[in-house]
Design a protein around this ligand. Structure first.
Ligand code: BES
Ligand code: ZN
Ligand code: ZN
Length: 461
């Protein structure tokens, strides 16, 4: 969908069927099909809250798809005044992003192109053309790059191998002097001692890798923000193979890696004046004769040893090496994003992610980034008491608590990661809750792309 902004629009040849949106104070939306074949939507915007505001954009797109409109016309000035917590520009940016998010669907493999209607053009009319230029660009970038993340996440594991992911990064990261890409292949990881990533990837014929991208937007010596993403291209659980239908959707277990990548690209495109590094730990957790086993003891990149008590707790292992690698940058802060625990879904449901932080200032910043981007999270405890739950019996750490292994599963996982991040400032998003869209989101089936938007907000704040 192409989004354009203009002062007046009276229609032109090739518009096809148009849907024009009008703001209405009524209780319910009203769709009017006109005799000339076009349609009008009277959109009910009575009680708009911070949380319901982005849904207005998504509802508009739903109607546009439903009516099979080719051109969507949105007079935007009145609509954006309805956002309760924002100034005009941010309200407009959020609207643009959400139009794009709602338009996206993973449909490259559907032969019948009529099954999912795509709106070709969106014409936004406004009296504030000049004022909204920057917000338009930001909104477009955020929407497009989040949809890129969703496309990566939705791609099945038969195509999305670690090598495919690494090549994608090389292709997509802007080629400019202050940006670099490094791919550490299996032999590089062996040399380095990233044995946790190697162990997790050992069962798959697709070799694991670590992809590192660096951006210098500030003075060379300024401490960078380092993002670390879990990139499990498929999570079978390993020899602790996932039971029943819980393997379903485990091609999305690289959500963290896709999110850190796209938010990194956003920061580069926006010329954010910070140094930023994104580390993506990419492996397939397969079952085979070469898979790592229960009771294996791994010497991780940090030097700490970890006993594997469950091969399905693989995300924290690959991240342990990614975090250890982050240490080399003397980071101002390390932020991890991972679909780490099913327990996070049990704890919070599917409307928001779990967030951890090593200090309250960081927790506040992360919470606010989530709130402003509508990519929400909730602060969970990172108390030192949980560290002893993760202590190993015959090693420094175990990858699940040796006793009482399910209690506080999201917290113990975060505590495990924290021990690799110390003494640095550390934040962690367990994005298992928001991995897939729910009906209420009014987004297409599959990945939401979360926490891409939250990280974009954090990086530019
Ligand atoms: N990738 C899964 C977590 C997950 C589950 C994400 C469902 C999204 C939806 C992770 O690797 C995993 O399997 N975690 C285990 C941890 C357990 C063995 C301590 C889990 O949640 O069951
Ligand atoms: Zn797992
Ligand atoms: Zn996993």
């Amino acid at each position: 969908m192409k989004i354009q902004m203009t002062e007046f629009y009276t229609g032109k040849k090739g518009d096809g069927k148009t849907l024009t949106v009008l703001v209405s104070g009524m209780d319910a939306d009203k769709l009017i099909e006109q005799p000339d074949g076009n349609a009008t939507l009277q959109l009910a915007v009575k009680e708009v809250t911070h949380k319901s505001y982005p849904l207005l954009a998504r509802i508009i797109i739903r109607y546009a798809k439903q009516t099979k409109a080719q051109t969507l016309i949105i007079p935007v000035d009145e609509l954006i005044t309805r956002a309760p917590d924002y100034g005009t520009e941010k309200a407009f940016e959020v609207l643009v992003t959400n139009l794009l998010l709602a338009e996206y669907a993973y449909d490259v493999h559907i032969t019948d192109k009529k099954r999912n209607h795509h709106v070709a053009n969106c014409i936004i009319t406004t009296d504030r053309l000049k004022m909204l230029q920057t917000a338009l660009k930001k909104g477009l970038q955020k929407g497009m790059l989040t949809n890129e993340a969703r496309e990566l996440i939705n791609t099945p594991a038969c195509d999305m191998t670690p090598l495919f992911f690494a090549n994608y990064v090389k292709k997509m990261v802007p080629k400019q002097a202050n940006v670099s890409v490094k791919v550490f292949a299996k032999k590089d990881l062996q040399k380095m001692g990233a044995n946790a990533i190697l162990a997790v990837g050992a069962g798959s014929p697709s070799e694991p890798c670590m992809v590192v991208v660096e951006y210098k937007g500030a003075k060379p010596k300024d401490e960078p923000i380092v993002l670390v993403g879990k990139g499990i291209t498929f999570d079978t659980g390993g020899v602790n193979v996932k039971p029943g239908d819980s393997m379903h959707q485990m091609h999305m277990d690289m959500t963290g890696a896709a999110s850190v990548l796209q938010s990194f690209i956003y920061a580069v495109n926006q010329k954010v004046q910070k140094n930023i590094v994104a580390i993506m730990c990419v492996a397939e957790n397969s079952v085979s004769g070469t898979s790592y086993r229960v009771n294996d003891i791994i010497k991780t990149l940090s030097g700490k040893t970890v006993e594997v008590l469950n091969t399905d707790a693989e995300g924290r292992l690959v991240l342990a090496d990614g975090i250890a690698y982050a240490d080399k940058y003397k980071p101002a802060v390390i932020l991890t994003a991972a679909t780490l625990t099913g327990a996070a879904i049990v704890a919070l449901g599917q409307r928001l992610n779990a967030m951890f932080a090593s200090d309250d200032g960081l927790a506040k910043d992360l919470y606010n980034a989530g709130w402003l981007s509508h990519d929400y999270c909730w602060h969970m405890p990172l108390w030192s008491e949980f560290e002893k739950d993760m202590q190993g019996t015959v090693s420094d750490l175990a990858n699940i608590p040796p006793r009482n292994s399910r209690a506080g599963g999201t917290i113990t996982a975060a505590s495990f990661l924290h021990q690799f991040a110390k003494p640095h400032r550390f934040g962690h998003i367990d994005c298992a809750p928001r991995m897939t869209a729910i009906e209420e989101d009014k987004l297409a089936f599959g990945a939401t792309g979360s926490p891409t938007l939250m990280f974009m907000e954090y990086l530019e704040s």
